[in-house]
Design a binder for this molecule. Structure first.
Ligand code: DGL
Length: 274
């Protein structure tokens, strides 16, 4: 007999970026209830120390767990590359970071073995993406660049393909990737798929972009299915959003990126309560 699990899935990020994973997850599993936490009061995480990132990650997960969730998707490259493994190893529910699934997709997609990785400073410094890629494809050449300005640009809603500031910043950040002629580029921060239009245009159509959140959503869905942990609802899952700063600005930027209205309420939770 198949056992079903109607508890929600918890998804978190420092801000808006995790919505790229939530969007994929709700497309693959439309019946699942999802609780999203965006730590907008403390974004960005990417320039902070590993200790601070882990402290924030523990608080974010503890907040999500107050809802009796069945699994966690850490939809944040920075958290996933800075100690999430230690947190996951001690957890009694599945905790997924975005590195492994993205590395597997990139290793499978590359023809030349030249793989680019862009992310926050903390993610690039961690070498987590390099290690995960090289474990699967030891002959790969991994070219990396930290792109710290992308996160504030996305959070400020500067995401249009015609945006001149975004275009200028992106050209500079992507230059080493073009020079190394990578054929696959991991968008190693979940904020980056929001500006995939600009990144793809600059890199050219032959370069495959790997969306870390989308790949991880697929992996999480597979895990729930294999463990008979899917919800019995086939569609109409309920989504609830919590943010540690202004809910209205979050809704506004989220709707701009999603190209439609955000399904579900957005509530404020103070960082002091985490
Ligand atoms: N979306 C995040 C990531 O994937 C966080 C960016 C940040 O807070 O600096 O790294």
């Amino acid at each position: 007999m198949i056992s079903l699990d109607n508890r929600p899935i918890g998804v978190f990020d420092s801000g808006l970026g995790g919505l790229t994973a939530l969007r994929s997850l709700s497309r693959i599993l439309p019946g699942e209830d999802i609780i999203y936490f965006g730590d907008t009061g403390r974004v960005p995480y990417g320039g902070r120390s590993r200790e601070t990132i882990m402290k924030y990650a523990r608080q974010d997960i503890a907040f999500l767990r107050s809802f009796d969730i069945k699994a966690v998707l850490a939809a944040c490259g920075t958290v996933s590359t800075n100690g999430l493994d230690e947190i996951a190893a001690r957890s009694d529910i599945p905790v997924f970071g975005v590195v492994e699934a993205a590395a597997a997709a990139a290793a499978a997609a590359t023809r030349s073995g030249r793989i680019g990785v862009i992310g926050t400073k903390a993610s690039i410094k961690s070498r987590a993406y390099d290690e995960a890629i090289l474990a699967l494809r030891p002959d790969a050449r991994v070219v990396k660049n930290a792109c710290p300005l992308f996160v504030p640009l996305v959070e400020a809603g500067k995401i249009g393909d015609a945006d001149p500031v975004l275009d200028l910043v992106a050209r500079e950040y992507l230059e080493p990737m073009k020079e190394a002629r990578v054929d696959t580029l991991i968008l190693g921060c979940t904020h980056f798929p929001i500006i995939a239009g600009t990144i793809g245009r600059i890199m050219g159509p032959e370069v495959r972009l790997v969306d870390t959140g989308a790949q991880t959503a697929l992996r999480l869905a597979r895990c729930l299915k294999e463990n008979d942990m899917l919800s019995e609802k086939e569609e109409g899952g309920c989504h609830r959003y919590f943010v540690s700063d202004n809910p209205d600005s979050f809704r506004e930027a989220a709707e701009l990126f999603l190209g439609g209205s955000l399904r579900g309420e957005v509530r404020h939770i103070s960082v002091d309560e985490l």
